[in-house]
Design a protein. Sequence first.
Length: 204
Amino acid sequence: MKRIITVSREFGSGGHAVAQIMGELLGVPVYDKEIIERSAEESGLSPEFISRNEQNLSSEWLYSVGLGSRYASPSLLTFADTVFLAQRKAIVGFAQNGSCIIVGRCADHILTHCEEISASDVLNIFVFAPAAFKADWAVRERGFSPKTAERDIRIIDKKRANHYSTFTEQTWGERENYNLLVDSSVLGIEGTAQSLVEFIRKTK
């Protein structure tokens, strides 16, 4: 049976690494940065531009809408819509190719609510972790300042939440949107990936 797995994650929870290990254990491709590359081809925007801005504009978009449409920049709305639609097309295309793991970018909502993919083939996972765990990861892996790591992570996660709610009208990380929510600090990155793979194999 084809199985499409989406992995949403809090920054610093190690969700990307979890997805990569899962892909190796299951023998399926993992799509993350590839979504940016494919959506860049689709939209005509550069991968670097999309990578820098794909989640930064959602909070500004929401702020503009909150003030009223006359304050919302048409170019801003056009850019946000263009990128999202290009990423949606890339995500659906990857999912149609066969079993795979797709990281972030509202893939859980897109694939569960699209006509091209059967919702029964989709398993949505959300990876989270305590603030201290995420801060330690950010300092160790990304060079964040120990003094500001927790604050910086909250800002990044707020942007992810805003981006998600902008395009799905649902709440990022809310349990109703996922099949599994897992705290990666309990078993560690590798242990979390292995336990998820065991679960996935039992669901076939």
